[in-house]
Unconditional design. Structure first.
Lengths: 297, 250, 470
């Protein structure tokens, strides 16, 4: 089945080819809806299933933390579409960790209908080989004093491709709202391709919107500093990549799920890293170091 | 005589086509503490950068050997692995990596082995105590949000944990208040406790040197070593300043 | 997005009257045909290659679709495009009384004398501006600089140079209005600055644009040869008043090795205008293009000057301000393509939306795989003056090498009440306070302009801000 996915709220120059993407799905879309009653709090951990659509409704004051993992061991194409509506003071936290997979299409569109509702997106990816990641993330501010924070960071190596469209849409009437978007991409190979389209749409005067992005190699001063302490460039980049994943994982509020995710991500990375690469960076793995030094010293 | 740890001869270097370092020769043996003093703009930091391999500087002449090997041909990380350390004047922030993890990675890179975590933690704790630093610094992202003084202390902390053969301290005392200078000085003394540890202290202020054993003093002005001597030179500079040497180079 | 068609200012009605003047000798019932193109070409005494070029462009024009991503241009009647192409210039609003009130008032507020107002509005005699133009030309000619109208250059000494550059940067295939331009272009300037020449006085095209028939589909071709410098100023801050409401000009700038070109525009088309202009610069090794762009007029604008950094170390600086008031949908920004090592681009823009106006900042930065060691920094700030207005920021980055640093910053917000209060506490009225704050906000552009233009731009802001408070 062919369908167009990840079409952003506002298009731009056609030659950039950053509008919606046509994909060919080989399987049924797994559809699920989820309603949280007023005041309910939940953290959910989902792993990509191939093609999924989630319709999420959060009642007054409800809080949902959705943790989604995508690794190289999953299906070659993953299509994931999350649509969320937030009532007054509801909170939606999206923790999206992509450590591999040949093609990943993510759409996360959150409508902040209710007053003082909040959307927080923490996206992190680590892509290598010829892996492709295409993301469309939208925060639609309708209610008064709503807040959104979209933060994405990641590392691309080999011939990896990533496209991120992030949109903060301030609709008329959403006075007192604040939207922030930040992106930080490390490029570790000459053949990677990174596309970023950070959009702010605004038809309300009383709002504050910010966007910042930085794309490129790790800062030279930082690399030199690390080198003077004996950490070569390759290891330094690896450490910085791991730090990005750690920082998103560290923000997952539920400690059990957080550790579970840490474990899974570690496995995913280990599966991906070639043998020689693993030997070069043993110290990256906290527990390896931990196990190598049994207690009792 | 035992082989020198570092032997630099007639070093010259430039930054963006401006010649900063004209002629510097230095020999530092194991366990020795050398001091480089000189007025602002003399080329002191350039010398430190050149020895550590900062790509901002271009070596235009001379040589530098590390235990007989060509130091200038090595990458900064190779120099670090050999045992050279530079304490930065303005260390960069390392977001996402805690001070402890950073140093542990550096150590395991140096030794090629994983670091034994419990004994390492103990060492970190002891070093933090020496430097009057709160234990929480170990968990904080390295240098992120640190004040100037905290950054300097974090550099000395790394010095104590990495235990290099030769540490270059580039103006580690600048911008610090009296108490902080005393603390940093305590850290340096702790490093000197290892009799084979060598130091190259770059400063224009004698305060930090008062408690330290100094073997040799070199005065750098206009990119050249213009005078050399023992600890007595420090006193002379404190009294008379650099004026006499600056005239020499003009 | 919004229905732009509904935004028609009261003054606009009178324009229709001009357009359907019975005495218009070139009135054609509908669309463009090859015959019309041949006729235009014959009258202009085009060389053969130009006729062929026009016909090919027409063919492309009929085949390309309208852009589907920007502001609506439904209000533009494409079937009647031929009436825009052939206005009978002799009869263009020859009567000052026909000039809409808002434009007259603007002249008044800008403090422009009556005689000049008539000239600026295109209704007066041309001799004033022609005279100035000729004087400028004489001065720069002594440096070997060629500054002439492009049509006579096409038949003169520089014919070959024009042929080898004309619409090579902006080919008619680029988009629908580039194709239209290729088919019907008319008038414009040609500037050639020989190697090493440093032109001190800015050349100003507005004198040329007032020439009969120019200003609609004008073509500007500037070649700055190795090591030379030029500042070219397009337009003027008084409203440009035209019968027809489509402007599809084209600007092609060739910046040679180590040459510098500054191209400044303060655009204030009348508020019925569809401004679908295409501007592009190609910069060779060590060269630099500096765009200074103020967009105040027009009903709808699509304007994204593009810089192609083709040689090692080529640089681009883009400084822009856009002010969208009632009935305006101004979609402006820039495009930069880094195609060589160590190139750099620096983009700094401000936009202001007021009284229902829509301003969109749209950009594209492409860093190709050959652009090792390149840097790009884009920063845009938007100011919303009320909640009827709209302000969108749509930047895009496409990076194909890791050996580059690309940064982007965008901010959107309102005038701080505290700042207004502070200024009012020092004796300014609320209106003055806000106008002052907006002028300060637009300072990125005004400080880059020659003094007289900066003053006029600030006057324009003050005029736009008038009546902002009920």
């Amino acid at each position: 089945m062919e369908l167009t996915v990840n079409k952003p709220l506002a298009g731009t120059f056609g030659w950039l080819q950053v509008g919606g993407k046509r994909i060919d799905l080989q399987e049924e879309i797994h559809r699920q809806s989820c309603v949280l009653s007023p005041g309910e709090t939940r953290t959910l951990l989902l792993e990509d299933q191939g093609a999924s659509e989630y319709e999420i409704t959060l009642g007054e004051g409800a809080r949902l933390n959705l943790v989604q993992l995508r690794g190289a061991s999953g299906k070659s194409l993953s299509y994931n579409n999350v649509r969320v509506t937030c009532a007054d003071r509801a909170f939606f936290g999206w923790y999206r960790i992509v450590t591999g997979g040949s093609e990943t299409y993510d759409n996360c569109s959150v409508t902040l209908e209710g007053r003082e509702s909040t959307f927080e997106a923490n996206v992190c990816y680590r892509l290598a080989g010829s892996e492709k990641y295409d993301l469309n993330c939208e925060a639609i501010h309708e209610g008064k004093r709503t807040q959104s924070a979209i933060s994405a960071s990641g590392v691309l190596s080999d011939k990896a491709f990533k496209l991120m469209r992030g949109t903060i849409d301030f609709r008329t009437g959403c006075s007192g709202s604040v939207g922030n978007e930040s992106e930080d991409v490390l490029l570790l190979s000459e053949e990677v391709r990174n596309q970023s389209v950070p959009v702010i749409l605004c038809s309300e005067e009383d709002v504050v919107g910010n966007h910042g992005a930085s794309v490129g190699r790790p800062d030279e001063g930082l690399l030199f500093y690390m080198e003077t302490r004996g950490i070569d460039e390759e290891t330094a980049c690896e450490m910085l990549a791991q730090a990005k994943l750690d920082s998103v994982i560290g923000r997952i509020p539920d400690p059990l799920i957080r550790e579970n995710v840490r474990e899974k991500v570690r496995e995913n990375i280990r599966e991906k890293t070639p043998e020689h690469g693993r030997e070069k960076t043993p110290e990256l793995d906290r527990d390896t170091a931990f196990q190598a030094a049994p207690e009792g010293e | 005589m035992a082989q020198d740890l570092l032997k630099a001869e007639h070093l010259a270097a430039s930054v963006e086509d401006a010649e900063i370092l004209r002629d510097v020769s230095l020999r530092i043996g194991r366990g020795e503490t050398h001091v480089i003093m000189g007025p602002n703009g003399a080329g002191k930091s350039t010398l430190a950068g050149v020895l550590m391999g900062n790509p901002a500087y271009t070596v235009t002449g001379g040589s530098a050997l590390w235990e007989g090997e060509d130091l200038l041909a090595m990458s900064p990380s190779e120099r670090a692995k050999k045992g050279l350390f530079l304490s930065f004047q303005n260390p960069v922030e390392v977001p996402g990596i805690s001070l402890e993890n950073f140093v542990r990675s550096a150590l395991s890179q140096k030794t090629g082995k994983p670091v034994r975590i419990w004994s390492f933690r103990k060492e970190v704790k002891a070093a933090l105590e020496t430097l009057d630093m709160d234990e929480s610094y170990a968990e904080r992202d390295l240098n992120v949000g640190f004040s100037g003084g905290e950054k300097k202390k974090a550099e000395i902390l790394q010095l104590l944990l990495l235990k290099p053969a030769l540490a270059i301290l580039d103006e580690t005392d600048s911008g610090l208040d009296v108490d902080a200078v005393r603390t940093v000085s305590k850290g340096i003394e702790a490093f000197q406790a290892d009799k084979s540890a060598s130091l190259l202290i770059i400063t224009h202020n004698a305060a930090i040197l008062s408690a330290l054993k100094v073997d040799a003093v070199h005065i750098l002005a206009g990119g050249k070593i213009v005078a050399e001597g023992g600890p007595e030179l420090i006193e002379k500079i404190t009294k008379e300043g650099f004026a006499a040497y600056e005239e020499d180079t003009q | 997005m919004k229905e732009n068609k509904t935004y028609v200012e009261e003054g606009d009605r009178s324009f229709y009257d001009f357009r359907y003047d019975d005495k218009d000798s070139y009135k054609v019932a509908s669309g463009l045909t090859p015959d019309i193109i041949r006729q235009i070409s014959r009258e202009k005494k085009d060389p053969d290659w130009m006729l062929e070029f026009r016909l090919r462009s027409l063919d492309i024009f009929t085949k390309i679709a309208m852009p589907d991503w920007g502001p609506s241009i439904e209000g533009l009647n494409m079937d009647n495009i031929v009436t825009y192409v052939r206005p009978n210039t002799e009869r263009m609003h020859t009567d000052w009384n026909d000039v809409p009130e808002d434009i007259k008032n603007t002249f008044e507020r800008l403090g422009i004398p009556q005689s000049e107002r008539e000239s600026l509005a295109g209704v007066g005699a041309q001799y004033d501006s022609e005279l100035v133009y000729h004087n400028v030309r004489k001065e720069v000619a002594e440096q070997g600089v060629i500054y002439t109208d492009i049509e006579s250059a096409l038949r003169g000494e520089y014919a070959d140079m024009i042929r080898s550059h004309f619409m090579k940067l902006v080919p008619p295939e680029d988009h629908k209005f580039a194709a239209l331009h290729g088919a019907v272009w008319s008038g414009g300037s040609f500037v050639y600055v020989p190697p090493g020449a440093d032109v001190e006085i800015p050349l100003q095209s507005y004198f040329r644009l007032n020439a009969p028939g120019a200003g609609q589909f004008e073509h500007t071709l500037i070649i700055v040869d190795k090591g030379a410098r030029l500042h070219f100023i397009e337009g003027c801050s008084a409203p440009k008043y035209n019968v027809a409401n489509l402007h599809a000009g084209c600007v092609e700038l060739f910046v040679g090795e180590n040459a510098t070109l500054r191209y400044s525009t303060i655009e204030n088309w009348s508020k019925n205008m569809y401004n679908l202009n295409t501007k592009r610069a190609k910069v060779e090794k060590g060269g630099k293009i500096e765009w200074v762009s103020g967009s105040f007029g027009s009903h709808v604008s699509y304007l994204y000057p593009m810089s192609i950094l083709a040689g090692k170390g080529a640089r681009c600086e883009f400084t822009g301000v856009t002010f969208a008031g009632a009935g305006q949908n101004l979609d402006t920004g820039c495009k930069v393509v880094h195609n060589a090592p160590e190139t750099s681009s620096y983009v700094n823009t401000r936009s202001i939306s007021k009284s229902g106006g829509i301003s969109t900042f749209r950009s594209a930065v492409v860093v190709g795989s050959k652009a090792h060691g390149s840097k790009s920094s884009v920063s845009c700030e938007s100011l919303m003056l009320d909640s009827e207005s709209r302000s969108d920021t749509i930047p895009a980055m496409d990076i194909r090498t890791n050996k580059a640093d690309v940064g982007h910053e965008a901010k959107i917000g309102r005038i701080s009440d505290e700042a207004v209060f502070y200024l009012m506490s020092r004796g300014l009225s609320e209106e003055e306070a806000k106008a002052l704050i907006v002028s300060g906000f637009a300072e990125n552009v005004s400080k880059e302009l020659p003094l007289e233009y900066a003053v006029e731009m600030n006057n324009l802001i003050r005029i736009e801000m008038k009546g902002a408070i009920g």
